[in-house]
Design a protein around this ligand. Structure first.
Ligand SMILES: [Fe+2]
Length: 310
């Protein structure tokens, strides 16, 4: 039913702090009413909507589907007794609003995943497949290149009950589990196939945003992006490394509110007909990294978001 991740809404205490951070990440910012909307250069799809508030918190996640999917989701919500609410936020888009078992707002709208900006794909020379002939891979100015992410690929959010959240997102919204570590963390993809995960669910005492993840052109861009952010004073949270769950290369940087942004490249893609895909159910260390330049710090799995009153 759900066919894409559209964008994520986050409440923050200072929009200009958010603008500085996300422009440094490589996104483009514009005001939409009282909100600051971030997009990837050359792609007509909102990726992050920052909304003013007293403290930072994950406010909602917006997913896309088609007209048939929207009708099926409406019926599924009704069947499972999930209440459809009036829009809690003015985001200028139609769609269904409801809460997941963590109390997080979910928005589903009739919208496609928009095409990526057209970019040249750099050729690589791998053993036996030498495709970049007579052309440099790097020049002295390569290190000055500014990274512009191509798309928001996924988010991971905290939840007090991973099993209950899995049931909700699979049974009510048609997502599938790609890999999991018991009741500690689960990686969910859209039922129509695609990226290994568009949504991750990590165990915590309460809800919160763990990270937003943006696709870039390669491992060079992961590090060029991460090192640019570190040169501006933002803190490396984990990486460089390569995950097991999703197989993507990664580097995580702390955002100004102690969630994280991840640059990623080379994530596993699973077809809709996924009969060959065998989900791993292991311990968290089995899934976290094939290798990394440092072990994951304890803070990597810490939820810094304040618990809500409601
Ligand atoms: Fe990630």
């Amino acid at each position: 039913m759900i066919r894409s991740l559209q964008h994520v809404g986050v409440t923050v205490p200072d929009l200009e702090v958010g603008r500085s951070f996300y422009e440094a990440v490589g996104l483009e910012a514009r005001m939409a009413g009282e909100h600051l909307v971030l997009r990837c250069k050359g792609r007509a799809q909102d990726q992050v909507r920052l909304m003013p508030g007293t403290t930072k918190r994950l406010s909602y996640v917006s997913f896309g589907t088609d007209a048939e999917g929207l009708q099926t989701i409406r019926e599924s919500l009704s069947y499972h007794g999930v209440v459809i609410h009036p829009a809690p936020f003015d985001i200028g888009q139609d769609g269904l609003w409801f809460r997941d078992p963590s109390g997080d707002w979910v928005h589903v709208t009739d919208a496609d995943s928009m095409p990526l900006a057209p970019l040249p794909t750099p050729e690589s020379n791998t053993p036996g497949r030498y495709r970049r002939i007579g052309q440099r891979g790097c020049t002295p100015s390569s290190k000055l290149r500014r990274v512009t992410p191509l798309r928001l690929g996924h988010l991971i959010k905290f939840t007090p009950d991973v099993d209950r959240s899995i049931d909700f997102y699979t049974q009510v919204l048609g997502m599938k589990v790609s890999d999991r570590a018991g009741d500690k963390i689960a990686f969910l993809r859209c039922g129509c196939g695609g990226d290994h995960h568009v949504l991750g669910l990590a165990k915590s005492s309460h809800s919160g945003l763990h990270h937003l993840s943006f696709e870039v052109m390669g491992i060079d861009e992961i590090e060029l992006g991460a090192q640019h952010l570190m040169s501006l004073g933002y803190e490396s949270a984990f990486g460089l490394g390569r995950h097991v769950a999703g197989s993507n290369y990664f580097h995580y940087i702390r955002d100004p509110w102690d969630s994280m942004v991840e640059y990623f490249w080379d994530i596993d893609v699973i077809p809709e007909d996924d009969s060959e895909w065998l989900a791993i159910d292991g311990a968290p260390p089995d899934l976290i990294a094939v290798w990394a330049t440092n072990p994951p710090p304890e803070a990597f799995i810490q939820n810094f978001e304040a618990a809500r009153d409601e």
